[in-house]
Write a protein that binds this ligand. Structure first.
Ligand code: ZN
Length: 501
């Protein structure tokens, strides 16, 4: 059995190495590649994708998994070997259900559609990309069909990012959350908006960059096993547990943009850097789901990075970095500015309170598209109607409306948005559990000390990689299932102090 397990690991490591080599090409494409490299890079990445898929679906892996199944079943559920075989089987069965020709068709359509989207968005021209989105919806439906029977057509797509989660569960959790959030948003928007003009002065790039680097290092992102580079859309990418890179962007007219993006990505990266080294290159090496990943980026960005304690420590340093801009701005003004709640058009710029409304309306529209209740041609109108109903504002154009997120145009329709809000919900649950274990964490944050919190997250979440599913992890860490209560308590406490609720 040990020889078979070793052979399985060797074969899976080859597929993993091909995927990580591809990720490096992709990182380079988004950071340093000159424009002239685009055509060859696309071809090289397509080749590596195909080779990785071939390796991952090699029937030899299926035979090894079958031979190892009795061994896996003889072990306790939480043994490393049982988890490795379980997760490997899940990915293998997923991969072999989708024919290679379909993967190639989808990949090439994604590249073409993404390209058209990058042209259509600045032109505010939904019609230009509409046929590509129609085809993407068709491909998404066909993709789901490979996993029939299912309860809901979105289930196989959701499963890909948030394994074990079903559309029906997400619908129910989101309905609860909406019921709680909408009255809070209404109460806040009835009050005078916070003044955030202090954030919108000119903040030279070099000083912003240095400040972001220092904060990322101090919260615990390990630069011996990572680096920070500039890109258009911030992201985290992982080549091994010893090389987890983050990127950010800098807006000289918004001091929060680079900093909070950097802390967000550092949260994703600390999760990856914290995975047990012996899981590296195995199916257990890497975060367990989109939702759990987002729970960590949002925990560090918002619960820590937008807390009063964090800025009690960092604000004097920020003032020292930008004396001309901030020396006359009191901490309280700055704190209120970075936590300003205001319905807005762009999801990625939204505040903590309204953010989930952006996500939930996209999730609902995805379901409507997949179920055939909504046609792609009617999507821009449906989008505007939902923004008006949920946030009380109507996008003046499609550029900042239905064209704003790349996910449907360059990825797939279905399963791509729920993780953001599941992540917020879990961030509240995990942080509450950390506070229960260490009530002194908030006082430590106010002294610039992050080691107790990071240590607790590593011990309880990060080290396990993909060994446990999101649902198992939530149960183990918090002693119960997914629930919105801790997250709502957190929002009510924080915003109840900033506004009258
Ligand atoms: Zn994220």
């Amino acid at each position: 059995m040990q020889a078979k397990l070793a052979e399985l690991k060797t074969r899976l490591l080859e597929a993993s190495d091909l995927n990580h080599a591809n990720a490096l090409l992709s990182w380079d494409q988004s950071t340093y590649m000159p424009p002239g490299g685009a055509a060859a890079r696309g071809r090289q990445m397509a080749l590596l994708s195909r080779l990785a898929h071939e390796r991952a679906t090699d029937p030899a892996i299926g035979r090894l998994l079958d031979a190892l199944q009795p061994y896996a079943e003889s072990l306790p559920h939480d043994s490393d070997d049982a988890a490795l075989i379980r997760v490997a089987r899940r990915s293998y069965e997923r991969a072999v259900k989708v024919p290679a020709a379909f993967v190639a068709e989808l990949t090439s359509h994604q590249a073409a559609s993404y390209q058209v989207w990058t042209e259509a968005r600045p032109l505010n021209d939904f019609k230009k990309v509409q046929p590509h989105l129609e085809r993407m919806l068709d491909l998404s439906r066909r993709y789901a069909e490979f996993f029939a029977p299912y309860d809901h057509i979105a289930d196989p797509l959701i499963d890909e990012a948030d394994y074990g989660m079903k559309a029906a569960t997400v619908v129910a959790v989101f309905a609860d959350l909406r019921r709680e959030l909408v009255p809070i948003v209404r109460a806040i928007t009835a009050q005078p908006p916070a003044d955030d003009s202090c954030l919108r002065q000119r903040f030279p790039e070099a000083a912003q960059w240095e400040f972001g680097l220092a904060v990322a290092r101090q919260v615990g992102y390990d630069f011996e096993r990572g680096r920070l580079d500039k890109t258009h859309h911030p992201f985290t990418t992982e080549f091994s547990v010893g090389d987890v890179r983050i990127t950010t962007r800098v807006d000289e007219h918004n001091v929060g943009d680079a900093l909070f993006s950097t802390v967000h990505e550092a949260g994703h990266a600390m999760y990856e850097q914290g995975v047990r080294p012996d899981f590296d290159g195995t199916p257990l090496g890497g975060g367990t789901s989109a939702g759990v990943h987002e729970s960590q980026s949002r925990l560090w960005e918002n619960i820590v990075g937008r807390s009063r304690g964090f800025w009690q420590f960092y604000y004097p340093q920020l003032q020292a970095a930008f004396p001309g801009q901030l020396s006359n701005v009191p901490l309280e003004t700055f704190y209120r500015a970075i936590n300003k709640v205001q319905p807005s058009l762009i999801r990625t710029d939204a505040d903590e309170v309204t953010y989930n409304l952006h996500v939930m309306l996209r999730f609902d529209l995805e379901l409507a598209l997949l179920e055939g209740r909504l046609a792609v041609k009617d999507l821009p109108d449906a989008w505007r109607a939902r923004y008006e109903a949920d946030l009380g504002i109507v996008p003046p154009d499609d550029r900042d409306g239905v064209l704003q997120d790349v996910h449907w145009y360059g990825g797939i329709v279905g399963g791509v948005f729920q993780g953001y809000t599941l992540g917020n919900i879990m961030s509240g649950q995990f942080y509450a559990a950390a506070l229960e274990a260490h009530p002194d964490i908030p006082a430590e944050l106010a002294q610039g000390r992050f080691d107790t919190l990071l240590g607790w997250l590593r011990e309880n979440i990060y080290q396990h990689g993909s060994k446990f599913t999101a649902a198992e992890l939530v149960q183990r860490v918090t002693g119960g299932p997914l629930t919105i209560e801790p997250y709502m308590r957190y929002l009510r406490a924080k915003y109840g102090e900033l506004y009258t609720l």
